[in-house]
Design a protein around this ligand. Structure first.
Ligand code: UDX
Ligand code: ADP
Length: 461
């Protein structure tokens, strides 16, 4: 297929949870653009080129198969594709630093820096470079400094275009976004680059939903959006703790509060705590930023969102311990769900990791089931003392168990035959519903001792 048929060539560096789905949608919506996703991992690229994609995301397979080989390509030829590209998205991973200054809070920017150097070394024509990864505010300055250093006289324009898609709904979030945010330098060249990217999104997003801002505002907005969402989850989880102490019901409180249109109903589901690759990382990044600017009270405010989340996971473990006569030694606990949320196989920062480790510390035997996250769960718990069993079959996990702990609200867990599960378990049988996902009265009638989050327990003992 001749390249000349495409109006522009888009390259995305990083074929992960962000790069893959984002580019699949852009390629579907913009048949005139050639979209190539590149990565250093041959294994990942091979998987994107196969029938078995490296990530599970509803609707993704369809979108990829529809355009792969037409205007969507996956390649490890990073240098060649950079040289050929007009618009370069950077969506490599930016984990929290684990060493040196800012360890545990600041972002590890080594992959970004490597990428910026690689773009510079391989560019002989002007490029628009777009930050898609979560980056600390003013990261664009660093990218710009690298890109414009030395002898290279190529023109680079840097834009920030954060993604707001959530895993499990990534495709629909991208196809029907609340907004698209594009930050650019306030210069004529910045405006031109911005308009190029607006043109891409205008293929399917109404213009009034495309917000354009200063570069710094766009970078900061991404952190703030995730911090606000996480803060809502911690707020309702803090109230769940109050409900458990006072016998109010957190779902009733959330409903009553969320119906105030100023507050809104979303992100008020109490549970075992938030997980995922973004919330903790972005808040830590915000905290680091505040500390850098000596805004210590603000840093403390946002840090408390994480503290509540950590305590929420520990409270859940304590509830199990208390209910089961203060010892879990040699008791079998079936863990229903390991992914950090349903409809994804992703387990990054999943509450299940912490909770399972704690249960093993208490010397419980655990049997983990999840429809898509078992391979990741195995890696997350590799080398942990006590070991865990893994199975995709929930009935198998529950056989002979003293308790079921539901940590991810997969739809299919609603439709299981809980009578059959109860019959196969040791008695007294417990269910700890960490997501308030199941029919608690029905479970109680079957004979279970039921412990929801933020609601009184229903017990026979
Ligand atoms: C988040 C943002 O929503 C998205 O806009 C951004 O681009 C990436 O980060 P994601 O982490 O994929 O997306 O999932 P999200 O749906 O936000 O859930 C995050 C965590 O919060 C999950 O562990 C979920 O179980 C938890 N959560 C969410 C709750 O416990 N209660 C809620 O009411 C909502
Ligand atoms: P995210 O959720 O941000 O998409 P992932 O870890 O799923 O994070 O994906 C990031 C991808 O970026 C990985 O596939 C990784 O191999 C790739 N990557 C990291 N550094 C580079 C680099 N210097 N060049 C190309 N790809 C990179």
């Amino acid at each position: 297929m001749g390249r000349e048929q495409f109006v522009k060539k888009i390259v995305c560096i990083g074929a992960g949870y962000v790069g893959g789905p984002t580019m699949a949608v852009i390629a579907n919506k913009c048949p005139d653009y050639k979209v190539t996703v590149v990565d250093i991992s041959q294994e990942r690229i091979d998987a994107w080129n196969s029938d078995s994609l490296p990530i599970f995301e509803p609707g993704l397979q369809d979108r990829v198969e529809n355009v792969r080989g037409k205007n969507l390509f996956f390649s490890t030829d990073i240098d060649g594709e950079i040289a050929d590209g007009d618009i370069i998205f950077v969506s490599v991973n930016t984990p929290t630093k684990t060493f040196g200054k800012g360890a545990g809070k600041a972002l590890d920017l080594q992959f970004i820096e490597q990428t910026a150097r690689r773009i510079k070394e391989n560019s002989t024509s002007p490029k628009i470079v777009i930050e898609k990864s979560t980056l600390p505010v003013r990261a664009a300055e660093t990218m710009a400094a690298i890109l414009h250093s030395g002898e290279n006289s190529v023109r680079f324009d840097i834009l920030s275009n954060p993604e707001f898609m959530a895993e499990g709904t990534a495709i629909q979030d991208m196809e029907n976004p609340d907004r698209i945010l594009i930050g650019s330098h306030d210069t004529p060249e910045g405006d031109t680059a911005r308009d190029e990217l607006v043109k891409v999104y205008e293929n399917w997003v109404p213009r009034e939903k495309i917000i354009t801002t200063k570069l710094w505002s766009s970078e900061l907005s991404k952190l703030v959006a995730n911090a606000f969402l996480a803060q809502r989850v911690s707020s309702i989880n803090s109230i769940a703790a109050v409900c458990e102490a006072t016998e109010a019901e957190v779902t009733e409180v959330a409903d009553a509060v969320g119906r105030d249109s100023r507050i809104g109903a979303k992100f008020l589901k109490a549970g075992v705590g938030f997980g995922g690759s973004c919330f903790r990382k972005d808040i830590l990044n915000l905290v680091y930023l505040c500390e850098h600017y000596k805004l210590d009270d603000i840093a403390q405010f946002w840090n408390s969102v994480i503290e509540v989340n950590d305590n929420q996971m520990e409270r859940f473990v304590n509830r199990i311990l208390q209910a089961m006569f203060r010892t879990l030694v040699d008791k079998k606990i079936a863990v229903f769900g390991f992914a950090f949320k349903p409809d994804t196989g992703d387990t990054r920062d999943a509450p299940a990791i912490y909770i399972c480790k704690r249960l093993l510390e208490e010397r419980a035997r655990i049997s983990i089931t999840d429809p898509h996250a078992i391979p990741s769960a195995r890696k997350d718990l590799a080398g942990i003392d006590g070991g865990a069993e893994f199975t995709e079959a929930p009935y198998e996990a529950a056989k002979g168990a003293h308790a079921v702990a539901l940590l991810t609200e997969w739809d299919e867990y609603k439709d299981l035959d809980y009578q059959k599960i109860y019959d196969s378990m040791s008695k007294p049988a417990f269910i700890f519903d960490g997501r308030n996902h199941l029919d608690h009265e029905k479970l109680f009638d079957i004979g279970f001792n039921v412990y929801p989050v933020g609601k009184p327990a229903l017990t026979h003992i």
